[in-house]
Design a protein around this ligand. Structure first.
Ligand code: PLP
Length: 408
């Protein structure tokens, strides 16, 4: 394969070698089923419990039993939302936001078809929620509130610590769930300190340098949750299915590494690189918008719209040169619809169609960022030259572009 410049860490991360190394014995010699009752298996069960304790400590959980291993963040989200609703059959209201990942959004839309009333909270043009809108949406009938911590497309961070506190003040019975898939490892989360009003949290291994196919549902002691995957009595009778031991062991190692990195403030290096991208691209390319600018954002993510061209054509040109970048989220990028997140932020349709999400991570090198900054302006100006919305002579959008944009 020719040279790859990977700038899409929000889509997935490579497995860290240190994670892979601790997993390998569990693919080979340590293969017993941890539910079996002989020493060979019980030693492996003990290793799983050690892994659970490591993760519980990293998240500030009070007990290791609060960590349930799943197969993905999507499964954790479904378990959290559907499992809560099943144990609160008298309540029919859900609150979420218009900018959630499809894991939450589509689950809520599906529940709407089953008769639930869902409030999809809007965001402003920076991608932020209104605290008043949020507070006013909570009623006695609200069973669960599901609000993501950090947005996968823009990196905008919601103040879930404050929101969950308000939620409990307004309605002490309400259950607060957060999809923290993009924030784990980028923001320190302590479920026993400022995040102590959050009942349920979902996350995924493949965003934190562990493998795909493993997730976690944090369920605070006392949370009433109907089982989502039924069968055996695994995971304290909360999630059935033989434990995926190598992936669980890998997940714990990934958490340990993240914890060290958070202590060493390694994320700051990424924020320097993201600022460099935003400053240089703003200088070199006219008619761009940095989506979410001015809001609290993850240090590794930027989302930029380029007026008058299609995001897909930029991606295609970048891909030919080995750059891996997304337009919108990986899960929705198969669709030609503009991103629901940018539309919710009232980004004009012409810009929403042309957005690139650049997300950096542990192995991003300065030279890669420099190469991206060097390459992009030529691609954009070539595409604008052939765009029906670009005034080539004056190097600005033409009247058609303004008209089209206004129609949005
Ligand atoms: N939630 C967010 C915010 C995400 O970014 C993703 C993955 O892109 C998911 C949920 C789904 O994660 P998984 O692939 O583990 O199901």
């Amino acid at each position: 394969m020719s040279k790859i410049t990977y700038l899409d860490y929000n889509a997935t991360t490579p497995i860290d070698d240190r994670v892979l190394d601790v997993m390998l014995p569990y693919f080979k010699e340590k293969y017993a089923n941890p539910s079996s009752k002989y020493r060979f298996a019980m030693d492996i069960a003990a290793d799983v419990e050690k892994a659970r304790t490591i993760i519980a400590n990293c998240l500030g959980a009070s007990k290791s039993e609060e960590i349930i291993f799943t197969a993905s963040a999507t499964e954790s989200v479904n378990h959290a939302i559907r499992g809560t609703l099943k144990t609160h059959p008298d309540k029919k209201h859900i609150i979420t936001t218009a900018v959630e990942h499809p894991a939450v959004l589509d689950t809520c839309k599906d529940l709407e078809r089953d008769g639930y009333k869902v409030t999809f909270l809007p965001v402003n043009n920076k991608g932020e929620l209104s605290i008043d809108d949020f507070t006013n949406a909570i009623t006695k009938d609200t069973a669960i509130i599901s609000i993501m911590h950090a947005n996968n497309e823009t990196g905008v961070v919601f103040p879930i610590d404050k929101l969950s506190k308000i939620a409990k003040q307004e309605n002490p019975d309400v259950i607060f769930h957060t999809d923290a898939t993009q924030s784990i490892g980028k923001i320190k989360i302590d479920m026993n300190k400022e995040y102590n009003n959050i009942d349920l949290l979902s996350m995924s291994g493949h965003k934190i340098y562990a493998p795909k196919g493993v997730g976690i549902l944090f369920a605070r002691t006392g949370s009433r949750l109907r089982k989502f995957i039924t069968g055996g009595h695994h995971e304290f009778n909360k999630r059935a299915g033989t434990l995926n031991v190598p992936l669980i062991i890998g997940m714990a190692k990934a958490f340990q590494i993240l914890d060290e990195e958070l202590k060493e403030k390694k994320q700051e290096k990424l924020s320097v690189l993201i600022s460099r991208i935003e400053e240089e691209i703003s200088k070199k390319i006219p008619y761009i918008t940095i989506n979410g600018k001015g809001a609290q954002r993850l240090s590794n993510t930027t989302n930029i719209s380029f007026d008058c061209i299609e995001g897909e054509s930029i991606l295609f040109q970048l891909d030919k040169l080995g750059f891996c970048i997304s337009s919108g989220s990986a899960c929705t990028s198969g669709s030609l619809e503009p991103s629901h997140v940018l539309r919710a932020m009232q980004v004009p349709i012409t810009s929403a169609h042309s957005s690139l999400r650049i997300s950096l991570g542990r192995f991003t090198k300065e030279e890669e960022v420099a190469a991206f900054i060097e390459t992009l302006p030529t691609i954009i100006s070539r595409l604008r030259e052939i765009s029906p919305f670009w005034d080539k002579k004056n190097n600005k959008p033409n009247d058609k572009a303004i008209q089209y944009s206004c129609q949005s």
